[in-house]
Design a protein around this ligand. Structure first.
Ligand code: MGD
Ligand code: MGD
Ligand code: SF4
Ligand code: MO
Length: 905
């Protein structure tokens, strides 16, 4: 705990709600000098071991995402607001009726790695102990489940061996399928500060590969061959003193080495180079670097997890660490980085359908053990349905009631439109969210308003097993309630009052901690996850719990920094297991109708489906619209120009985005950010393209490789609309209901929240009749729109506006020649009668923001480079870019590389 916290109730030390780095955040309430109202100031918590005071741009913009606008503040039943009594009575009667009529397996919960451990714990307890079904799965299935499965196969437990300090000490970090510079920025900065050599394995160029010493741009999905080849290569140095195999470790602490090496034997460097399509010399350089660097961490994420053979890929990596004994020692290990803030906490309580609770699975002994501990009315006896299977069962009508909490499956599941359709047909859909307007919320019968970050209390576990507190420093808005409160209310109404008689998050945490230690020993059921030392903490101790890494038990009362240092694993015989791996190509092969492979992932400044980060205007500066990245050669082949609207099509659906032509992509490979959805733009759900094939071991879907086709869309013209909130909401709902008349003219739209309203960007099919559109949309009651025209060298530009400036429309035949959006947005804030005409003359084309924190645009940086500034540091001194959170440094460095190259060349 930070000392100041003791003295000031106005400062609260909590944890960032975004990525799995789990940074400590200090939120302070300050009186605004203007109106005396409280404002929230967000800073990094200097005392938190995960970030030591630093925050990335998402974390440091948290204050901009607070506030009630867009929040779900009251329950809604069939689209109408209702009180909690009505809502809870509906939920309970529907669940009870469904269970009575069709049995417990006809209901399901779909949870999220963004719930707090306490929420997760009660949801899991209700289903697996009292309703009697294991149909509880989570979005972690799409994210971490292959990593979990591989750790369990190799180490006997879902236990991350490493911690962040190891990254400080590492001499080589191999990032496999991770764009950590953008997705785990604060951790990435630690890797860089450590001066470790960085090798990036990723088919495309990214902000991370930009900073790497070596980039192995392997062919998509070929990672297992790369690591099988490494194992074989290491074995050739089996007898040397340094590097190569650690024979003693293999002999004393592992099983199954010979079979595994045998399976890898055919993967000679030549064969790997050909299969992965990398240069043999580069491959050998990597293999040798790995062989000779003792302190090596392999750091991996969705590029290997989201695959139809993700578990095997994870094991192929772990095999190389077991073979070199590089596990359980400082500065090394196979490190699966978690995505969501509490993916790990969810795994601890049994949020996955194939786990029971507290790291126990469905053996008879464990079912009995958990049943006794809970005094359970009805224990689930077998694993339940995994995410893809679960929504298939909804589609088939076998699951008749589903409760979705803190996730947006209508956007994030593969074949997303089919998932949305299945939900619309499902007799009972309950959705708990803090935001009202999501694609999933639109499928709900009952919408429940949940509190969110800043309002909630509980714990989260980050990637290094560190449990930290999320604390409330804001009141509950409207009628919102905590997720755990809602679940316990339903449980009590279903007749389980005693088992769900929790009064606070602390009560739940204590029970969860007690279960983790219950009969947890060598003779009964030894489990890695054990926080029994926290089972009796007081409410006050819970409030001031300092971040601690599990296990926290009698043996490790202050937590454990590193696991497996003694070479003792959680398998029945205590030995780690090598897993033989047969590399396989992605299931989705390109073919004539779908000749390209689509990859998808994250952008620096957005979080998933943008329900929170999408509210902060400045986080849209980096990128504001759905995109499709493609190589110049593919652009030429398909007749696509940079910034042109394109349509991507797969066997399952379509997606619209603006082309970004970049040599970061290899020919034949496309990339699309995952963040936009149909709530924010037209046909913008990337996962609608994905085919739901899954890994046979983990059930994780293959989201990173989708066979697609692409075509340019030709536009008649472009329009930029600025609307005040009420008018914007009206237009938005028309666009969402697919108003046929509007879509005769509109080819594509997306929207950006701005101070005082929204900006809509439209791509038009033909000349619109603005007057009649405006009449219809905004009821201008016969008043005429004002019109002004400006002739530019590139064509004409129009401004149309209503007298009250409810509506400002700029149109042009060329998207790039519309006026600078920032200037336009400012106009919406002031009721200036003569401003519009001036705005029409405002020329500078939109400048992409590189440094969001200090608002430094690409143009400014390029100008400075042209004037001779030649390093990231000097640019920082001059313009300030990169000097706050540092997440943009890779991009600044890339700009330096290209612009200096141009200057030299
Ligand atoms: N800014 C931001 N940060 C986030 C999130 C966010 O939404 N926004 N989400 C969080 C969550 S939940 C998660 S799971 C993590 C994800 O973190 P990451 O896994 O780092 O992110 P992604 O962008 O999904 O994918 C990583 C990389 O995998 C590469 N890849 C694709 N196919 C292959 C392949 O076959 N082999 C290899 N080796 N690489 C491949 C992609 O090109 C991409 O660069 O990020 C977390 N952090
Ligand atoms: N094509 C493709 N698809 C992908 C991926 C990919 O790389 N490519 N990545 C996958 C991965 S790794 C992930 S993790 C998923 C993420 O996908 P989702 O989990 O579907 O995305 P989020 O936007 O994080 O959804 C969280 C929801 O919870 C709400 N929420 C926030 N806080 C609270 C709270 O405290 N309580 C409640 N009840 N609700 C809250 C938010 O408003 C939001 O609607 O996407 C997956 N889908
Ligand atoms: S790296 Fe950024 S998003 Fe991740 S926890 Fe830290 S501040 Fe939050
Ligand atoms: Mo994730």
């Amino acid at each position: 705990m930070a000392l100041t916290e003791l003295f000031s109730a106005r400062r609260s030390c909590t944890t960032c709600p975004y990525c799995g780095v789990g940074c400590g955040v200090a939120a302070t309430r300050e009186s605004s000098p203007g109106n005396g109202e409280d404002v929230i100031r967000i800073q990094g918590d200097e005392q938190h071991p995960a970030n030591k005071g630093k925050l990335c741009v998402k974390g440091s913009s948290l204050a901009d995402t607070l506030g009630n606008h867009g929040r779900l503040l009251k329950p809604q039943l069939h689209g109408k607001e209702c009180d909690w009594e009505t809502a809870m009575a509906f939920a309970t009667s529907k669940l009870r009726e469904t269970i009575d009529e069709h049995g417990p397996d006809s209901v399901a919960f779909y949870l999220s790695g963004q719930l707090l451990t306490e929420d997760y714990y009660v949801a899991n307890k209700l289903m697996k102990g009292f309703i009697g079904t294991a149909n509880v799965d989570t979005n972690s299935r799409l994210c971490m489940s292959s990593a979990v499965a591989a750790y369990k196969r190799a180490l006997g437990a879902d236990a991350v061996p490493c911690n962040y300090e190891d990254l400080d000490e590492a001499e080589l970090v191999v990032l496999i399928g991770s764009n950590a510079a953008w997705t785990h920025p604060i951790l990435f900065q630690r890797m860089q500060a450590a001066n470790a050599k960085l090798v990036v394995v990723d088919p495309r160029g990214s902000a991370t590969s930009e900073m790497a010493d070596m980039h192995l741009a392997i062919t998509p999905g070929s990672d297992a061959a790369l690591f099988n080849g490494l194992l074989r290569y290491l074995s050739e140095y089996g007898l040397t003193e340094f590097g190569g195999l650690d024979q003693a470790f293999i002999h004393n602490h592992t099983d199954n080495f010979t079979d595994t090496l045998y399976a890898a034997a055919e993967w000679t460097p030549e064969k790997v180079a050909e299969y992965c399509r990398v240069e043999l010399a580069q491959l050998l350089e990597f293999y040798d670097l790995f062989r000779t660097t003792e302190k090596t961490i392999s750091f991996y994420s969705q590029g290997v997890n989201q695959s139809s053979t993700g578990t095997d890929k994870n094991n192929a990596i772990i095999n190389c660490h077991l073979a070199t004994g590089r596990i359980g020692k400082p500065g090394c290990g196979p490190f699966s980085i978690t995505g969501q803030p509490n993916a790990m906490g969810g795994r601890e309580v049994g949020g996955l359908a194939n786990m029971l609770a507290a790291h126990m699975d469905f053996t008879d002994d464990n079912i009995n053990r958990v049943g006794r501990f809970w005094d359970a009315a009805k224990m689930a006896k077998a694993p339940g349905l995994k995410a893809v299977e679960l929504f298939d069962a909804v589609e088939r009508g076998e699951i008749k009631a589903v409760w979705i909490m803190a996730t947006n499956p209508a956007v994030s599941m593969p074949d997303a439109r089919r998932v949305a359709a299945a939900l619309k047909n499902c007799p009972t859909v309950i959705v708990s969210d803090c935001v009202g307007d999501t694609d999933t919320a639109r499928c709900a019968d009952l919408l429940l308003p949940a509190t969110t970050w800043g309002e909630k209390n509980g714990t989260v576990t980050n990637s290094e097993r560190r449990i930290s507190r999320q604390k409330s420093f804001l009141p509950k808005p409207g009628k919102a309630r905590h997720d755990w409160e809602i679940i316990c209310d339903v449980a009590r109404r279903l007749g389980f009052a005693e088992a769900f008689d929790f009064q606070s998050a602390a009560d739940i945490f204590r029970e969860h901690a007690a279960l983790s230690g219950f009969e947890n020993n060598r003779d009964q059921a030894r489990r890695a996850f054990d926080i029994s030392a926290l089972a009796n903490i007081s409410d006050q101790e819970y409030d001031f719990l300092t971040p601690v890494q599990w296990p926290v038990n009698a043996e490790h009362p202050h937590g454990a920094v590193r696991l497996f240092s003694d070479g003792d694993f959680y398998t029945p015989n205590g030995r780690a297991r090598f897993i033989p791996v047969q590399p396989q190509c992605p299931k989705q092969e390109t073919r004539e109708e779908f000749p390209l492979l689509l990859n998808s992932g994250r952008l620096r400044d957005q979080w998933h489906t943008m329900t929170r980060t999408g509210r902060a205007r400045k986080l849209l500066d980096h990128s504001e619209a759905p995109e499709l990245h493609l190589h110049p050669r593919d652009a030429a082949r398909f007749g696509i120009e940079d910034a042109q609207l394109v349509r991507v099509e797969s066997e399952k659906g379509q997606f619209f985005g603006r082309a970004k032509v970049t040599s970061n992509q290899k020919p034949g490979q496309l990339f699309a950010p995952i963040h936009w959805s149909d709530s924010l733009a037209y046909n913008a759900t990337v996962s609608a393209l994905a085919i739901p094939v899954t890994d046979p071991v983990s059930g994780q879907p293959e989201l990173k490789q989708v066979a697609v086709n692409v075509e340019p869309l030709s536009a008649h013209s472009y329009a930029c609309l600025l609307l005040r909130t009420k008018a914007a909401e009206e237009l938005h709902s028309r666009l969402q209901t697919g108003d046929a008349q509007l879509f005769e003219t509109i080819l594509h739209w997306y929207r950006v929240p701005v101070e005082g309203g929204y900006r809509f960007e439209l791509v038009l099919k033909k000349q619109p009749d603005w007057q009649s559109m405006a009449d219809k949309l905004f009821n201008l009651s016969g008043r005429q729109l004002n019109r002004k025209r400006l002739q530019l060298p590139s064509g004409e530009r129009w401004l149309l506006h209503s007298e009250e400036m409810e509506l400002l429309v700029f149109t042009s035949a060329d998207w790039q020649t519309l006026p600078d959006r920032k200037t336009l947005e400012n106009a919406l804030q002031q009721p200036l009668p003569d401003a519009p005409a001036k705005l029409l003359h405002d020329v500078p084309p939109g400048a992409q923001m590189v440094c969001t924190c200090l608002q430094v645009s690409r143009k400014e940086i390029e100008t400075a480079i042209a004037e001779g500034v030649a390093s990231v540091e000097e640019l920082g001194e001059l313009l300030g870019c990169g000097t706050n959170c540092g997440s943009c440094k890779p991009e600044i460095s890339a700009l330096l590389n290209t612009n200096l190259a141009v200057a030299v060349g």
